[in-house]
Design a binder for this molecule. Sequence first.
Ligand code: FAD
Length: 478
Amino acid sequence: MASKFISERNLKFLLHEVFDVGTLTQYDYYKEYDGKMLDMVLKAAMELATGLLWPICQEMDQNPPELVGDQIKVHSSVRKLLEECGTGGWLGDDIPFEWGGQQLPQMIGMGTRFIFCAANYSAAAYTGLTTGAARLILNFGKEDLKKTYLPNMLSGKWQGTMALTEPEAGSSLADITTMAEPTDHGYYKIKGQKIFISAGDHDGADNVIHLMLAKIKGAPAGVKGISLFVVPKKRIDEKGQLVSNDVVTSGVFHKLGYRGCPIAQLSMGDSDNCRGYLVGEPHQGLLLMFQMMNEARIGVGAGAAAIASAAYYAALDYTKTRLQGRKLSTKDPTLPQIPLIEHPDVKRMLLFQRSVIEGALSLLMQAAKYADLAIVLTGEEKEKNELLLDLLTPVAKSYPSEMGILSVSQGVQCLGGSGYCDDYPLEQYYRDARIHPIHEGTTGIQGLTLLGRNVTMKGGKAYKLYLEREGKHGAVRG
Ligand SMILES: Cc1cc2nc3c(=O)[nH]c(=O)nc-3n(C[C@H](O)[C@H](O)[C@H](O)COP(=O)(O)OP(=O)(O)OC[C@H]3O[C@@H](n4cnc5c(N)ncnc54)[C@H](O)[C@@H]3O)c2cc1C
Protein backbone atom coordinates (compact mmCIF):
# COMPACT_ATOMS: atom_id res chain seq x y z
CA MET A 1 0.00 0.00 0.00
CA ALA A 2 1.29 3.48 -0.83
CA SER A 3 2.14 5.84 2.01
CA LYS A 4 -0.49 8.40 1.06
CA PHE A 5 -3.39 9.05 -1.31
CA ILE A 6 -3.58 12.83 -1.59
CA SER A 7 -1.40 15.87 -0.95
CA GLU A 8 -2.92 17.87 1.92
CA ARG A 9 -0.46 20.65 1.18
CA ASN A 10 -1.66 21.02 -2.41
CA LEU A 11 -5.30 20.84 -1.36
CA LYS A 12 -4.83 23.61 1.19
CA PHE A 13 -2.87 25.67 -1.32
CA LEU A 14 -5.78 25.51 -3.76
CA LEU A 15 -8.36 26.28 -1.09
CA HIS A 16 -6.56 29.15 0.58
CA GLU A 17 -4.09 30.63 -1.90
CA VAL A 18 -5.93 30.16 -5.18
CA PHE A 19 -9.62 30.18 -4.25
CA ASP A 20 -9.50 32.10 -1.01
CA VAL A 21 -12.05 29.98 0.81
CA GLY A 22 -11.63 32.10 3.97
CA THR A 23 -13.31 35.11 2.32
CA LEU A 24 -16.61 33.23 2.41
CA THR A 25 -16.67 33.53 6.20
CA GLN A 26 -17.42 37.25 5.83
CA TYR A 27 -20.94 36.28 4.71
CA ASP A 28 -23.62 35.60 7.31
CA TYR A 29 -24.27 32.09 6.03
CA TYR A 30 -20.69 30.95 6.77
CA LYS A 31 -19.94 33.27 9.67
CA GLU A 32 -19.60 30.40 12.20
CA TYR A 33 -16.34 29.42 10.51
CA ASP A 34 -12.85 30.86 10.08
CA GLY A 35 -9.86 29.64 8.08
CA LYS A 36 -8.44 27.59 10.97
CA MET A 37 -11.73 25.84 11.61
CA LEU A 38 -11.99 24.95 7.94
CA ASP A 39 -8.53 23.38 8.12
CA MET A 40 -9.64 21.41 11.17
CA VAL A 41 -12.50 19.99 9.12
CA LEU A 42 -10.00 18.80 6.50
CA LYS A 43 -7.84 17.31 9.23
CA ALA A 44 -10.81 15.41 10.67
CA ALA A 45 -11.69 14.16 7.17
CA MET A 46 -8.12 12.91 6.74
CA GLU A 47 -8.35 11.05 10.06
CA LEU A 48 -11.60 9.32 9.08
CA ALA A 49 -10.24 8.50 5.62
CA THR A 50 -6.95 7.14 6.95
CA GLY A 51 -8.48 5.25 9.87
CA LEU A 52 -11.61 3.76 8.32
CA LEU A 53 -11.86 4.08 4.51
CA TRP A 54 -8.29 3.55 3.28
CA PRO A 55 -7.53 0.29 5.13
CA ILE A 56 -10.55 -1.51 3.58
CA CYS A 57 -10.27 -0.17 0.01
CA GLN A 58 -8.74 -3.34 -1.42
CA GLU A 59 -10.79 -5.65 0.78
CA MET A 60 -14.07 -4.10 -0.45
CA ASP A 61 -12.92 -4.55 -4.05
CA GLN A 62 -12.07 -8.20 -3.47
CA ASN A 63 -15.34 -8.99 -1.65
CA PRO A 64 -18.00 -7.45 -3.88
CA PRO A 65 -21.70 -7.25 -2.95
CA GLU A 66 -23.83 -10.35 -3.37
CA LEU A 67 -27.56 -10.86 -3.64
CA VAL A 68 -28.57 -13.30 -0.91
CA GLY A 69 -32.30 -14.04 -1.00
CA ASP A 70 -33.88 -10.67 -1.67
CA GLN A 71 -31.19 -8.51 -0.08
CA ILE A 72 -27.76 -7.37 -1.19
CA LYS A 73 -25.01 -8.12 1.33
CA VAL A 74 -22.12 -5.66 1.41
CA HIS A 75 -18.85 -5.36 3.32
CA SER A 76 -19.50 -5.38 7.08
CA SER A 77 -17.78 -1.98 7.48
CA VAL A 78 -20.45 -0.16 5.44
CA ARG A 79 -22.79 0.06 8.43
CA LYS A 80 -20.03 1.44 10.64
CA LEU A 81 -19.02 3.88 7.92
CA LEU A 82 -22.55 5.27 7.53
CA GLU A 83 -22.97 5.52 11.30
CA GLU A 84 -19.63 7.29 11.77
CA CYS A 85 -20.33 9.65 8.88
CA GLY A 86 -23.73 10.35 10.46
CA THR A 87 -22.45 11.06 13.95
CA GLY A 88 -19.44 12.98 12.59
CA GLY A 89 -21.75 15.28 10.58
CA TRP A 90 -20.24 14.26 7.22
CA LEU A 91 -23.60 13.29 5.71
CA GLY A 92 -24.90 16.80 6.32
CA ASP A 93 -21.70 18.72 5.64
CA ASP A 94 -23.38 21.43 3.55
CA ILE A 95 -26.91 21.00 4.94
CA PRO A 96 -28.13 24.03 6.96
CA PHE A 97 -27.67 24.03 10.76
CA GLU A 98 -31.44 24.00 11.33
CA TRP A 99 -31.60 20.49 9.86
CA GLY A 100 -28.66 19.26 11.88
CA GLY A 101 -26.11 19.85 9.11
CA GLN A 102 -22.69 21.52 9.29
CA GLN A 103 -23.47 24.32 6.79
CA LEU A 104 -19.92 24.11 5.43
CA PRO A 105 -18.78 25.83 2.23
CA GLN A 106 -19.07 23.72 -0.93
CA MET A 107 -15.34 24.20 -1.48
CA ILE A 108 -14.62 22.44 1.82
CA GLY A 109 -17.15 19.77 0.86
CA MET A 110 -15.21 19.36 -2.38
CA GLY A 111 -11.99 18.98 -0.37
CA THR A 112 -13.44 16.35 1.97
CA ARG A 113 -15.06 14.48 -0.93
CA PHE A 114 -11.70 14.42 -2.70
CA ILE A 115 -10.08 12.99 0.45
CA PHE A 116 -12.76 10.31 1.00
CA CYS A 117 -12.88 9.24 -2.68
CA ALA A 118 -9.08 8.99 -2.89
CA ALA A 119 -9.04 6.81 0.23
CA ASN A 120 -11.83 4.51 -0.99
CA TYR A 121 -14.09 5.48 -3.89
CA SER A 122 -16.71 2.78 -3.31
CA ALA A 123 -17.09 3.63 0.37
CA ALA A 124 -17.46 7.35 -0.39
CA ALA A 125 -20.27 6.64 -2.88
CA TYR A 126 -22.66 5.45 -0.14
CA THR A 127 -22.32 8.73 1.73
CA GLY A 128 -22.45 11.09 -1.26
CA LEU A 129 -25.67 9.52 -2.51
CA THR A 130 -27.38 9.85 0.87
CA THR A 131 -26.42 13.52 1.17
CA GLY A 132 -27.62 14.31 -2.37
CA ALA A 133 -30.97 12.56 -1.85
CA ALA A 134 -31.48 14.28 1.52
CA ARG A 135 -30.79 17.67 -0.03
CA LEU A 136 -33.49 17.10 -2.66
CA ILE A 137 -36.04 16.34 0.05
CA LEU A 138 -34.85 19.36 2.03
CA ASN A 139 -35.13 21.76 -0.92
CA PHE A 140 -38.34 20.53 -2.52
CA GLY A 141 -40.15 18.14 -0.17
CA LYS A 142 -43.14 18.97 2.03
CA GLU A 143 -42.60 19.34 5.81
CA ASP A 144 -43.84 15.82 6.63
CA LEU A 145 -41.37 14.30 4.15
CA LYS A 146 -38.53 16.32 5.66
CA LYS A 147 -39.46 15.26 9.20
CA THR A 148 -39.83 11.59 8.29
CA TYR A 149 -36.74 11.17 6.18
CA LEU A 150 -34.04 13.75 6.92
CA PRO A 151 -33.10 12.80 10.50
CA ASN A 152 -32.79 9.12 9.61
CA MET A 153 -30.81 9.82 6.44
CA LEU A 154 -28.46 12.40 7.91
CA SER A 155 -27.71 10.15 10.89
CA GLY A 156 -26.63 7.37 8.54
CA LYS A 157 -29.44 4.97 9.48
CA TRP A 158 -31.09 5.16 6.06
CA GLN A 159 -29.36 5.11 2.68
CA GLY A 160 -30.35 7.59 -0.08
CA THR A 161 -30.24 6.90 -3.83
CA MET A 162 -31.05 8.50 -7.16
CA ALA A 163 -33.21 6.13 -9.19
CA LEU A 164 -33.50 7.25 -12.80
CA THR A 165 -32.23 4.56 -15.16
CA GLU A 166 -34.48 1.86 -16.63
CA PRO A 167 -33.77 -1.02 -19.01
CA GLU A 168 -35.08 0.99 -21.99
CA ALA A 169 -34.15 4.47 -20.75
CA GLY A 170 -30.55 5.32 -19.87
CA SER A 171 -29.28 8.46 -21.60
CA SER A 172 -32.81 9.16 -22.82
CA LEU A 173 -34.77 9.77 -19.63
CA ALA A 174 -37.72 11.00 -21.73
CA ASP A 175 -38.49 7.32 -22.29
CA ILE A 176 -38.89 6.13 -18.71
CA THR A 177 -42.00 4.01 -18.18
CA THR A 178 -42.21 3.71 -14.38
CA MET A 179 -45.77 4.81 -13.59
CA ALA A 180 -47.28 6.66 -10.64
CA GLU A 181 -51.04 6.37 -10.11
CA PRO A 182 -52.66 8.97 -7.85
CA THR A 183 -54.75 7.75 -4.89
CA ASP A 184 -57.04 9.59 -2.47
CA HIS A 185 -54.65 8.93 0.40
CA GLY A 186 -51.89 11.43 -0.31
CA TYR A 187 -49.58 8.93 -1.98
CA TYR A 188 -49.13 7.48 -5.47
CA LYS A 189 -48.98 3.82 -6.42
CA ILE A 190 -45.68 3.14 -8.16
CA LYS A 191 -45.10 0.42 -10.77
CA GLY A 192 -42.01 -0.19 -12.83
CA GLN A 193 -38.38 -1.21 -12.95
CA LYS A 194 -35.07 0.54 -12.39
CA ILE A 195 -31.58 -0.73 -13.14
CA PHE A 196 -28.00 0.17 -12.18
CA ILE A 197 -29.10 1.97 -8.99
CA SER A 198 -25.98 2.69 -6.90
CA ALA A 199 -26.38 1.57 -3.28
CA GLY A 200 -29.95 0.70 -4.37
CA ASP A 201 -30.19 -2.01 -1.72
CA HIS A 202 -27.84 -3.26 0.99
CA ASP A 203 -27.70 -4.59 4.53
CA GLY A 204 -25.49 -1.75 5.81
CA ALA A 205 -28.54 0.50 6.35
CA ASP A 206 -31.96 -0.11 7.95
CA ASN A 207 -33.83 1.37 5.00
CA VAL A 208 -33.16 2.70 1.49
CA ILE A 209 -34.82 5.91 0.29
CA HIS A 210 -35.04 6.22 -3.46
CA LEU A 211 -35.44 9.63 -5.07
CA MET A 212 -37.18 8.18 -8.09
CA LEU A 213 -38.35 9.49 -11.44
CA ALA A 214 -41.74 8.26 -12.67
CA LYS A 215 -44.60 9.45 -14.83
CA ILE A 216 -48.00 10.22 -13.37
CA LYS A 217 -50.77 8.41 -15.29
CA GLY A 218 -51.92 10.63 -18.17
CA ALA A 219 -48.81 12.87 -18.01
CA PRO A 220 -47.50 14.52 -21.20
CA ALA A 221 -45.01 12.48 -23.24
CA GLY A 222 -41.28 13.00 -22.87
CA VAL A 223 -39.37 14.88 -20.18
CA LYS A 224 -42.31 17.23 -19.56
CA GLY A 225 -44.23 14.32 -18.02
CA ILE A 226 -41.60 13.24 -15.49
CA SER A 227 -42.25 13.66 -11.76
CA LEU A 228 -40.08 13.07 -8.71
CA PHE A 229 -41.03 10.76 -5.84
CA VAL A 230 -39.66 9.53 -2.58
CA VAL A 231 -40.03 5.75 -2.77
CA PRO A 232 -38.76 4.05 0.40
CA LYS A 233 -37.80 0.40 0.47
CA LYS A 234 -39.70 0.20 3.77
CA ARG A 235 -42.48 2.59 4.68
CA ILE A 236 -43.77 3.52 8.10
CA ASP A 237 -47.19 2.02 8.86
CA GLU A 238 -49.96 3.42 11.09
CA LYS A 239 -48.30 1.91 14.19
CA GLY A 240 -45.00 3.59 13.37
CA GLN A 241 -43.39 0.27 12.29
CA LEU A 242 -41.21 -0.14 9.22
CA VAL A 243 -43.00 -2.45 6.76
CA SER A 244 -42.19 -3.57 3.22
CA ASN A 245 -43.08 -1.04 0.51
CA ASP A 246 -43.12 -3.61 -2.30
CA VAL A 247 -39.72 -2.57 -3.69
CA VAL A 248 -38.03 -5.84 -4.62
CA THR A 249 -34.34 -6.21 -5.37
CA SER A 250 -34.33 -8.46 -8.41
CA GLY A 251 -30.61 -8.40 -9.15
CA VAL A 252 -27.13 -7.07 -8.49
CA PHE A 253 -24.79 -6.34 -11.41
CA HIS A 254 -21.23 -7.67 -11.49
CA LYS A 255 -19.02 -4.85 -12.66
CA LEU A 256 -15.49 -3.97 -13.77
CA GLY A 257 -14.62 -1.67 -10.89
CA TYR A 258 -16.11 0.39 -8.06
CA ARG A 259 -16.89 -3.06 -6.72
CA GLY A 260 -17.37 -2.15 -3.08
CA CYS A 261 -20.70 -0.48 -3.83
CA PRO A 262 -23.59 -2.43 -5.41
CA ILE A 263 -25.68 -1.37 -8.38
CA ALA A 264 -29.12 -2.90 -8.06
CA GLN A 265 -32.03 -3.86 -10.25
CA LEU A 266 -35.28 -2.91 -8.56
CA SER A 267 -38.85 -3.88 -9.24
CA MET A 268 -41.60 -1.70 -7.79
CA GLY A 269 -45.27 -2.58 -7.34
CA ASP A 270 -45.22 -6.29 -8.28
CA SER A 271 -47.85 -6.77 -5.54
CA ASP A 272 -49.59 -3.48 -6.36
CA ASN A 273 -48.49 -2.13 -2.97
CA CYS A 274 -45.63 0.28 -3.61
CA ARG A 275 -46.23 3.83 -2.36
CA GLY A 276 -44.45 6.91 -3.63
CA TYR A 277 -44.64 10.43 -2.21
CA LEU A 278 -44.50 13.34 -4.63
CA VAL A 279 -41.63 15.81 -4.26
CA GLY A 280 -42.35 19.28 -5.68
CA GLU A 281 -45.01 19.78 -8.33
CA PRO A 282 -46.24 17.13 -10.79
CA HIS A 283 -44.24 16.99 -14.07
CA GLN A 284 -41.36 19.05 -12.63
CA GLY A 285 -39.35 15.98 -11.70
CA LEU A 286 -36.47 16.22 -14.13
CA LEU A 287 -35.92 19.87 -13.31
CA LEU A 288 -35.70 19.06 -9.60
CA MET A 289 -33.62 15.96 -10.16
CA PHE A 290 -31.20 18.12 -12.14
CA GLN A 291 -30.17 19.63 -8.82
CA MET A 292 -29.04 16.23 -7.56
CA MET A 293 -27.65 15.24 -10.95
CA ASN A 294 -25.56 18.39 -11.25
CA GLU A 295 -24.15 17.92 -7.77
CA ALA A 296 -23.56 14.27 -8.54
CA ARG A 297 -21.83 15.21 -11.80
CA ILE A 298 -19.39 17.46 -10.00
CA GLY A 299 -19.06 14.69 -7.41
CA VAL A 300 -18.14 12.27 -10.20
CA GLY A 301 -15.44 14.70 -11.36
CA ALA A 302 -14.12 14.82 -7.80
CA GLY A 303 -14.11 11.02 -7.59
CA ALA A 304 -12.20 10.77 -10.87
CA ALA A 305 -9.54 13.28 -9.79
CA ALA A 306 -9.32 11.53 -6.40
CA ILE A 307 -8.71 8.05 -7.84
CA ALA A 308 -6.06 9.56 -10.13
CA SER A 309 -4.45 11.07 -7.05
CA ALA A 310 -4.36 7.76 -5.16
CA ALA A 311 -2.94 6.05 -8.26
CA TYR A 312 -0.27 8.75 -8.60
CA TYR A 313 0.96 8.31 -5.03
CA ALA A 314 1.05 4.52 -5.44
CA ALA A 315 3.09 4.97 -8.64
CA LEU A 316 5.36 7.56 -7.01
CA ASP A 317 6.14 5.22 -4.10
CA TYR A 318 6.98 2.37 -6.43
CA THR A 319 9.22 4.41 -8.71
CA LYS A 320 11.24 5.64 -5.75
CA THR A 321 12.10 2.14 -4.55
CA ARG A 322 12.21 -0.07 -7.64
CA LEU A 323 15.76 -0.20 -9.06
CA GLN A 324 16.03 -0.69 -12.79
CA GLY A 325 18.65 0.23 -15.39
CA ARG A 326 21.23 2.98 -15.31
CA LYS A 327 21.47 6.62 -16.28
CA LEU A 328 21.50 7.29 -20.03
CA SER A 329 24.98 8.76 -19.64
CA THR A 330 26.31 5.62 -17.89
CA LYS A 331 27.33 2.53 -19.82
CA ASP A 332 29.13 0.76 -16.93
CA PRO A 333 27.12 -2.39 -15.99
CA THR A 334 29.08 -2.84 -12.74
CA LEU A 335 27.51 0.31 -11.29
CA PRO A 336 24.37 -0.25 -9.18
CA GLN A 337 20.94 0.16 -10.82
CA ILE A 338 19.05 3.41 -10.20
CA PRO A 339 15.47 4.00 -8.97
CA LEU A 340 12.89 4.20 -11.79
CA ILE A 341 12.06 7.80 -10.90
CA GLU A 342 15.48 8.92 -12.13
CA HIS A 343 14.60 7.97 -15.71
CA PRO A 344 13.34 11.01 -17.64
CA ASP A 345 10.47 9.09 -19.25
CA VAL A 346 9.23 7.84 -15.87
CA LYS A 347 9.44 11.40 -14.55
CA ARG A 348 7.39 12.52 -17.55
CA MET A 349 4.68 9.99 -16.72
CA LEU A 350 4.58 11.11 -13.10
CA LEU A 351 4.41 14.77 -14.08
CA PHE A 352 1.59 14.06 -16.52
CA GLN A 353 -0.40 12.55 -13.65
CA ARG A 354 0.34 15.49 -11.37
CA SER A 355 -0.79 18.00 -13.96
CA VAL A 356 -4.07 16.14 -14.63
CA ILE A 357 -4.83 15.85 -10.91
CA GLU A 358 -4.00 19.46 -9.99
CA GLY A 359 -5.76 20.83 -13.08
CA ALA A 360 -8.87 18.75 -12.50
CA LEU A 361 -9.06 19.64 -8.82
CA SER A 362 -8.66 23.31 -9.63
CA LEU A 363 -11.52 23.12 -12.15
CA LEU A 364 -13.70 21.39 -9.54
CA MET A 365 -12.86 23.98 -6.89
CA GLN A 366 -13.88 26.69 -9.33
CA ALA A 367 -17.26 24.99 -9.77
CA ALA A 368 -17.61 24.67 -5.97
CA LYS A 369 -16.76 28.36 -5.57
CA TYR A 370 -19.50 29.33 -8.02
CA ALA A 371 -21.90 27.22 -5.95
CA ASP A 372 -20.79 28.93 -2.73
CA LEU A 373 -21.14 32.40 -4.22
CA ALA A 374 -24.59 31.52 -5.54
CA ILE A 375 -25.56 30.69 -1.93
CA VAL A 376 -24.21 33.84 -0.28
CA LEU A 377 -24.85 36.48 -2.96
CA THR A 378 -28.18 37.88 -4.07
CA GLY A 379 -29.80 39.35 -7.19
CA GLU A 380 -27.77 39.63 -10.36
CA GLU A 381 -24.52 38.41 -8.79
CA LYS A 382 -26.26 35.26 -7.54
CA GLU A 383 -27.68 34.61 -11.01
CA LYS A 384 -24.27 35.10 -12.62
CA ASN A 385 -22.68 32.50 -10.37
CA GLU A 386 -25.55 30.08 -11.00
CA LEU A 387 -25.12 30.51 -14.74
CA LEU A 388 -21.36 29.97 -14.55
CA LEU A 389 -21.87 26.87 -12.42
CA ASP A 390 -24.40 25.50 -14.91
CA LEU A 391 -22.05 26.15 -17.81
CA LEU A 392 -19.05 24.56 -16.15
CA THR A 393 -20.79 21.47 -14.70
CA PRO A 394 -20.54 19.19 -17.78
CA VAL A 395 -16.86 20.13 -18.15
CA ALA A 396 -16.16 19.61 -14.44
CA LYS A 397 -17.70 16.14 -14.84
CA SER A 398 -16.10 15.12 -18.14
CA TYR A 399 -12.55 16.48 -18.02
CA PRO A 400 -11.50 14.72 -14.78
CA SER A 401 -13.39 11.57 -15.87
CA GLU A 402 -11.74 11.22 -19.28
CA MET A 403 -8.31 12.52 -18.29
CA GLY A 404 -8.43 10.58 -15.01
CA ILE A 405 -8.39 7.33 -16.98
CA LEU A 406 -5.33 8.46 -18.95
CA SER A 407 -3.68 9.57 -15.73
CA VAL A 408 -4.28 6.25 -13.93
CA SER A 409 -3.11 4.44 -17.06
CA GLN A 410 0.22 6.26 -16.83
CA GLY A 411 0.32 5.20 -13.18
CA VAL A 412 -0.06 1.56 -14.27
CA GLN A 413 2.69 2.14 -16.84
CA CYS A 414 5.09 3.43 -14.17
CA LEU A 415 4.98 -0.01 -12.51
CA GLY A 416 5.48 -1.99 -15.72
CA GLY A 417 4.21 -5.59 -15.32
CA SER A 418 3.53 -5.08 -11.63
CA GLY A 419 1.03 -2.36 -12.53
CA TYR A 420 -1.06 -5.00 -14.27
CA CYS A 421 -1.14 -7.39 -11.31
CA ASP A 422 -3.21 -7.26 -8.16
CA ASP A 423 -0.17 -7.29 -5.85
CA TYR A 424 -0.29 -3.52 -6.34
CA PRO A 425 -3.34 -1.23 -6.20
CA LEU A 426 -2.91 0.30 -9.68
CA GLU A 427 -4.97 -2.35 -11.47
CA GLN A 428 -7.88 -1.67 -9.07
CA TYR A 429 -7.62 2.09 -9.60
CA TYR A 430 -7.63 1.54 -13.37
CA ARG A 431 -10.83 -0.51 -13.12
CA ASP A 432 -12.40 1.91 -10.62
CA ALA A 433 -11.67 4.95 -12.80
CA ARG A 434 -13.44 3.55 -15.86
CA ILE A 435 -16.97 4.24 -14.57
CA HIS A 436 -16.67 8.01 -14.52
CA PRO A 437 -17.25 8.79 -18.22
CA ILE A 438 -20.35 6.53 -18.05
CA HIS A 439 -22.46 7.27 -14.98
CA GLU A 440 -24.31 10.54 -14.28
CA GLY A 441 -24.60 11.05 -18.04
CA THR A 442 -21.96 9.80 -20.46
CA THR A 443 -19.30 12.11 -21.89
CA GLY A 444 -21.29 12.24 -25.13
CA ILE A 445 -24.38 13.42 -23.23
CA GLN A 446 -22.30 16.02 -21.32
CA GLY A 447 -21.10 17.34 -24.70
CA LEU A 448 -24.69 17.64 -25.92
CA THR A 449 -25.65 19.41 -22.69
CA LEU A 450 -22.74 21.85 -22.92
CA LEU A 451 -23.19 22.83 -26.55
CA GLY A 452 -26.89 22.11 -27.06
CA ARG A 453 -28.16 23.70 -23.86
CA ASN A 454 -25.70 25.51 -21.62
CA VAL A 455 -23.81 27.59 -24.18
CA THR A 456 -27.01 28.79 -25.81
CA MET A 457 -29.26 29.14 -22.71
CA LYS A 458 -30.64 32.63 -22.07
CA GLY A 459 -29.27 33.88 -25.38
CA GLY A 460 -25.73 32.71 -24.58
CA LYS A 461 -25.62 34.71 -21.33
CA ALA A 462 -23.59 32.15 -19.37
CA TYR A 463 -21.02 31.68 -22.11
CA LYS A 464 -20.60 35.42 -22.66
CA LEU A 465 -20.21 35.87 -18.93
CA TYR A 466 -17.61 33.14 -18.80
CA LEU A 467 -15.57 34.70 -21.61
CA GLU A 468 -15.86 38.11 -20.01
CA ARG A 469 -15.02 37.05 -16.48
CA GLU A 470 -12.53 34.25 -17.00
CA GLY A 471 -11.21 34.94 -20.49
CA LYS A 472 -9.48 38.11 -19.43
CA HIS A 473 -7.60 36.27 -16.64
CA GLY A 474 -6.37 33.71 -19.17
CA ALA A 475 -7.01 31.12 -16.48
CA VAL A 476 -9.86 29.74 -14.43
CA ARG A 477 -9.93 31.80 -11.23
CA GLY A 478 -12.47 32.79 -8.67
C1 FAD B 1 -21.59 1.58 -12.01
C2 FAD B 1 -22.82 2.32 -12.43
C3 FAD B 1 -23.51 3.08 -11.50
C4 FAD B 1 -24.70 3.73 -11.84
N1 FAD B 1 -25.43 4.39 -10.90
C5 FAD B 1 -26.67 4.87 -11.22
C6 FAD B 1 -27.54 5.42 -10.22
O1 FAD B 1 -27.19 5.49 -9.04
N2 FAD B 1 -28.78 5.84 -10.60
C7 FAD B 1 -29.22 5.77 -11.89
O2 FAD B 1 -30.33 6.16 -12.16
N3 FAD B 1 -28.40 5.27 -12.86
C8 FAD B 1 -27.16 4.82 -12.57
N4 FAD B 1 -26.35 4.28 -13.54
C9 FAD B 1 -26.80 4.30 -14.92
C10 FAD B 1 -26.01 5.28 -15.77
O3 FAD B 1 -26.32 6.61 -15.44
C11 FAD B 1 -26.28 4.93 -17.25
O4 FAD B 1 -25.65 3.69 -17.50
C12 FAD B 1 -25.79 5.99 -18.20
O5 FAD B 1 -26.54 7.17 -18.06
C13 FAD B 1 -25.85 5.53 -19.66
O6 FAD B 1 -27.08 4.96 -19.97
P1 FAD B 1 -27.10 3.52 -20.71
O7 FAD B 1 -26.28 2.59 -19.90
O8 FAD B 1 -28.51 3.14 -20.96
O9 FAD B 1 -26.34 3.75 -22.07
P2 FAD B 1 -27.00 4.31 -23.41
O10 FAD B 1 -27.89 5.45 -23.11
O11 FAD B 1 -27.57 3.16 -24.17
O12 FAD B 1 -25.72 4.87 -24.17
C14 FAD B 1 -24.76 4.03 -24.84
C15 FAD B 1 -23.82 4.92 -25.63
O13 FAD B 1 -24.54 5.67 -26.62
C16 FAD B 1 -24.32 7.08 -26.45
N5 FAD B 1 -25.58 7.80 -26.67
C17 FAD B 1 -26.79 7.55 -26.13
N6 FAD B 1 -27.70 8.45 -26.56
C18 FAD B 1 -27.04 9.31 -27.35
C19 FAD B 1 -27.43 10.47 -28.07
N7 FAD B 1 -28.68 10.97 -28.02
N8 FAD B 1 -26.48 11.12 -28.81
C20 FAD B 1 -25.21 10.66 -28.84
N9 FAD B 1 -24.79 9.57 -28.18
C21 FAD B 1 -25.69 8.90 -27.44
C22 FAD B 1 -23.85 7.25 -25.02
O14 FAD B 1 -23.04 8.41 -24.86
C23 FAD B 1 -23.08 5.95 -24.79
O15 FAD B 1 -21.76 6.11 -25.25
C24 FAD B 1 -25.16 3.65 -13.20
C25 FAD B 1 -24.43 2.91 -14.14
C26 FAD B 1 -23.30 2.23 -13.76
C27 FAD B 1 -22.58 1.39 -14.79
